[in-house]
Design a protein around this ligand. Structure first.
Ligand code: MLT
Length: 404
């Protein structure tokens, strides 16, 4: 009989958002008449932009004829999409098309990137964080033992009210650093100067930064960097993850990409400095067969002038929801963070309630689903996260219930 990857036994039995869905569905089956408003998982509710749907229809029509039919595409993405990505988002920073890898989303890429790093690396992760970073490092055997809610082998970088959610540099040397800005779950951001501290650290210590910029499009303030490559020297030390999910409503359609500059390197056992671009290309061509042609055409359409306009209106809609939630909670004296440069609002629970207790209270007393902060890590205890993705009428109704 084969033996299992023991790391799967060590991790908590269910993924955070699956656990929430399980609890909500159990509650709903006992209380079928309760009108539940979902502000938990960050899933979009507005339909795809018209430009994307039109591009998908056109791409589907092409599949009818021998002359335009497409079989396997390049695993790392079609040239037309990689070109559009570089021209629109990265040209100013010297990123080239063969440094962009199109994928089915940032969740897969941030989860899979561990494949190209050895198990011995010391990994630092902000706390709280998107659970994929911690869980996949645990699955890969890089996290040690799970004791009292934390992994013995990971270096946690607490982000809390006392440091204004700006992580401090680790005391010892780490090799890999996960940063997500605008941040999920706290909705907070780093300024250019604050991000430069991390790039300089990585350059000094020979570390690699895994920078999740899935929420970049929601930035509204001027001194907030949209990409880590705005920071001098980042091209030598940082990999960046992007997504069309939240930006253009692709949570179900699935498309994202990862930028792996050829100048980002890590050591082999024999001391050679190896380009991570080469390893990621090898990984993707082996384990991934690319995103469907129609979906890549839809993603490309977001970069047309009309596409940009339609995407902007989706973002504005959700950010107006964020404003409504933020202002409502502030008006009743709650401590509220985020929601200005990100679609997430991070809120301190009242009366020092635990995150899961407050989650239960909101579900049972108000019919509102949030995400318990503790699910994102120990430093998230005492907070919950509200997602601004939702229909405006429902968001307004939720704030009414919260204010009652
Ligand atoms: C979240 O709610 O944190 C995200 O929607 C989850 C995801 O993108 O996988």
């Amino acid at each position: 009989m084969p033996t299992i990857n023991e790391n799967f036994i060590k991790i908590p039995a269910t993924y955070l958002f699956s656990e929430i869905a399980r609890r909500v569905s159990a509650y709903r089956s006992e209380h079928p008449d309760v009108d539940i408003i979902r502000m938990g998982i960050g899933d979009v509710t507005l339909p795809l932009p018209d430009v994307c749907v039109d591009a998908m229809i056109k791409a589907a029509e092409e599949q009818r004829s021998v002359a335009t039919f497409r079989g396997y595409g390049p695993e790392q993405g079609y040239d037309f999409l990689r070109k559009a990505i570089v021209e629109n988002d990265f040209q100013a920073f010297g990123i080239e098309e063969d440094e962009v890898f199109v994928s089915d989303g940032a969740k897969s890429d941030t989860g899979n990137i561990g494949d190209i790093f050895s198990r011995d690396n010391k990994v630092a992760i902000t706390d709280p964080s998107y659970p994929v970073y911690v869980d996949t490092n645990a699955m890969g055997g890089r996290a040690g033992q799970f004791l009292n809610g934390q992994w013995s082998g990971l270096v946690y970088l607490p982000c809390n009210e006392s440091n204004r959610f700006v992580p401090e540099l680790p005391a010892g040397k780490v090799d890999i650093i996960y940063l997500c800005y605008p941040n999920n779950p706290t909705g907070t951001v780093l300024t250019r100067e604050q991000l430069a501290v991390w790039v300089n650290y990585a350059r000094d210590k020979g570390a690699v930064i895994l920078f999740d910029a899935a929420y970049e499009a929601f930035i509204s303030e001027k001194d907030v960097p949209h990409t880590i490559y705005e920071i001098d020297g980042a091209k030598e030390v940082a990999i960046e993850f992007r997504s069309f999910s939240k930006t253009a409503g692709f949570t179900g359609t699935r498309c994202g990409y990862t930028v792996v500059p050829k100048s980002v390197k890590a050591l082999s056992e024999n001391g050679e400095r190896v380009a991570l671009n080469k390893l990621w290309l090898r990984r993707q061509t082996t384990k991934f067969n690319g995103v469907s042609y129609a979906v890549q055409r839809a993603a490309e359409a977001t970069y047309t002038p009309e596409g940009k306009r339609q995407v902007r209106s989706l973002i504005d809609y959700y950010m107006d929801n964020a404003r409504i939630i933020r202002q409502a909670l502030q008006s009743i004296g709650m401590s509220v963070y985020g929601g200005v440069n990100a679609p997430y609002i991070w809120v301190k629970t009242p009366d020092r309630m635990g995150s899961w207790d407050y989650f239960d209270y909101l579900l049972k007393e108000k019919g509102i689903v949030c995400t318990p902060g503790a699910g994102f890590g120990a430093s998230g205890e005492g907070f919950v996260r509200f997602s601004a993705f939702g229909e405006k009428e429902r968001i307004v109704e939720a704030t009414r219930r919260l204010l009652r």
